[in-house]
Design a protein around this ligand. Structure first.
Ligand SMILES: Nc1ncnc2c1ncn2[C@@H]1O[C@H](COP(=O)(O)OP(=O)(O)OP(=O)(O)O)[C@@H](O)[C@H]1O
Length: 582
């Protein structure tokens, strides 16, 4: 009845609290000891006052005062230990939650990533979990202690004087009822605020990442205008929320004041006058009621915290409950080496709009290279996204080595595929870590061998720290071409059965492109390769040609056959001198 936390929070926390049950039991024992000391200690004040009024020997007074002090110090010791244990447990739990959320963000499909910007995800994993951490740290100390303390104090007052106990109980119930009602009221406001705040962070994140284009195309005015509009909307919601919190705190204070006035000043004076209670006992009741006021005030503040945390809970739950459209329930494994790839009547839509891919069917035999061409937006990248299951097709089947890719565990499928694209992501770390993607078991000799194939030895040798060369965040201290060569090195190290090259040489100058032509030939040897290209010259030695247009497959056949067929789209492209397709 007194507990203000909601059932779903308790259930959610239980899932994470389970792993810390031993420490939690210790925590509960310590809280009980703390409350016992808090309730028991004032008895020595009563004993002291009554002994002083009864002219008891001074030694008894000293002894009573000493025990009171000793118990007070003990209580402080227990409180410090509770605080230590609480933060230890909550950090462990919330760190686990952070790991779970990050893991899910990485695992979720493309439509999830369409919905959340990176900034929003950061705000959720860091901001919302941080709020949860603060709440959970306070939970043991405030919610559990306060509720237990309220119950204990009321029970003790009841034993001292049943009528005063009943009045205190009634006021407490009224106060808690009001708090509960108000608690449900504000969480929508706070949820709105948090959602808008996350969007705002996402907006700043995106615009700062694009600062070079913003400056180059003089879009500062638009950015500042949007910044201002978003801040205004945040301010309006915050003002509404602030008013709600302030009014709630005031109502709490009024209820508390009512208890004070009616119980202590009225009833206390009456019973003192008719001598049915001693001064020590009246002081004891006064002391207990002042103890009671503290948890009450805390609970008022807690309702506010709880609203904040309720909104965070909702957002975290939304992320945890997201139905991943790429379920990872396959079990089949595959041999290593080149693997055939088949699409059978595949249709895929990103949203309700026109399908990005429609009724696509083709088979690439293992170890062969297919050059994929088509105009911008024709669906080439979507094709490969489906192959490594960034999203799943709504219709049709995709197979690798004759196995439906949904029957393979995601990690198994992806371990057989490497991608070299024009947008390589580099991470803060060493060159070695960026090439091996943090796999520490890759030997340096292997990396140097790959550098030779990519004609990068000279470049690497002139770096003072060699493979330990520090790459700055986003690879800022590398040129776009160097970054792309690192992407090639990654693919060589992974040594996959299927290679995807999405405009892989677009950022490399023609001389380097020629130099690494040999490397590409080696990289594509004994593998199945899907090579997306905008230039016909890039795919002139491919085994197969696949031409896309508006999400449909226009042509798929062996290159040699298409070249000798005067009616093929491929030959017409060559005839038109269509070296550039996009
Ligand atoms: N994440 C996404 N959400 C919604 N629609 C998308 C998404 N990615 C691509 N599309 C749409 O799907 C269609 C095919 O896009 P896709 O990126 O596959 O084309 P592409 O042939 O690879 O183009 P390009 O040569 O420019 O890279 C386009 O109309 C595009 O607008």
């Amino acid at each position: 009845m007194f507990i203000i936390a909601e059932k779903k929070h308790v259930k959610f926390m239980y899932l994470y609290l389970k792993s810390q049950r031993v420490k939690l039991c210790m925590l509960l024992l310590l809280i009980a000891a703390n409350i016992f000391l808090q309730i028991y200690n004032p008895q020595y004040i009563k004993a002291f006052i009554d002994a002083a009024r009864a002219d008891e020997p001074q030694s008894l007074l000293y002894r009573t005062a000493f025990v009171f002090l000793l118990l007070t110090v003990m209580r402080q010791g227990v409180t410090i230990f509770i605080q230590y244990l609480t933060s230890d447990v909550t950090w462990k739990i919330t760190n686990q939650l952070r790991i779970d959320l990050t893991h899910r963000c990485l695992a979720y499909d493309l439509s999830f990533h369409n919905r959340y910007t990176p900034g929003e995800m950061v705000d959720l994993i860091d901001g919302d979990v941080g709020k949860l951490n603060n709440f959970m740290s306070a939970f043991a100390l405030k919610v559990i202690s306060n509720n237990l303390l309220i119950v204990s104090v009321i029970v003790v007052i009841f034993f001292i004087h049943p009528l005063i106990g009943t009045v205190v109980l009634l006021f407490s119930l009224l106060g808690l009822y009001v708090l509960r009602r108000m608690g449900n009221f504000g969480s929508n406001n706070i949820r709105n605020y948090n959602g808008e705040a996350a969007k705002f962070i996402g907006f700043i994140d995106e615009r700062i990442a694009g600062r070079e284009d913003i400056r180059a195309f003089r879009a500062e005015e638009h950015v500042l205008g949007k910044f201002y509009t978003m801040l205004r909307s945040l301010y309006t919601i915050r003002k509404r929320t602030g008013f709600h919190i302030a009014s709630m705190l005031n109502v709490g204070e009024i209820v508390l004041a009512l208890i004070m006035v009616s119980v202590i000043f009225t009833m206390g004076i009456i019973y003192l006058n008719d001598s049915s209670l001693s001064l020590g006992t009246i002081f004891l009741i006064y002391f207990y009621i002042t103890i009671l006021l503290v948890p009450f005030k805390n609970l008022v503040a807690e309702v506010n915290d709880l609203q904040q945390v309720n909104a965070s809970f909702l957002r975290i739950n939304e992320l945890l409950d997201y139905e991943n459209k790429v379920p990872d329930d396959g079990t089949v494994t595959m041999k290593t080496g080149p693997l055939s790839v088949g699409f059978d009547k595949v249709t895929f839509r990103y949203n309700e709009a026109k399908p990005a891919l429609q009724d696509i069917s083709f088979t690439i035999p293992s170890g062969r290279t297919v050059g994929i061409i088509g105009r911008t937006g024709s669906g080439k990248s979507t094709l490969v996204k489906l192959l490594y299951r960034l999203c799943d097709a709504q219709e049709g089947t995709i197979t690798v080595n004759g196995i439906d890719i949904k029957q393979l565990k995601l990690s198994e499928l992806r371990s057989h595929i490497a991608i070299v694209s024009q947008n390589i992501e580099l991470f803060e770390g060493t060159l070695r870590q960026n090439m091996t993607m943090f796999h520490e078991d890759v030997m340096d000799e292997k990396i140097w061998g790959i550098m030779d194939i990519l004609s990068m030895r000279q470049w690497l040798e002139q770096l003072p720290e060699g493979l330990d060369h520090k790459i700055e965040r986003d690879g800022k201290n590398l040129s776009a071409g160097e970054a792309q060569l690192i992407a090639f090195a990654r693919a060589f190290i992974k040594n996959p059965g299927i290679m995807i090259m999405d405009e892989a040489t677009s950022r490399i100058d023609p001389l380097t492109e020629r130099l690494i032509g040999r490397a590409i030939a080696q990289l594509t040897k004994d593998r199945t390769v899907l090579m997306i290209a905008h230039k016909l010259s890039t795919i002139q030695s491919a085994d197969y040609i696949l031409i896309m247009s508006g999400g449909s497959l226009v042509e798929f056949d062996e290159r040699v056959k298409l070249e000798t067929n005067p009616d093929s789209v491929y030959t017409s492209l060559i005839r038109e001198g269509g070296k550039e397709l996009a």
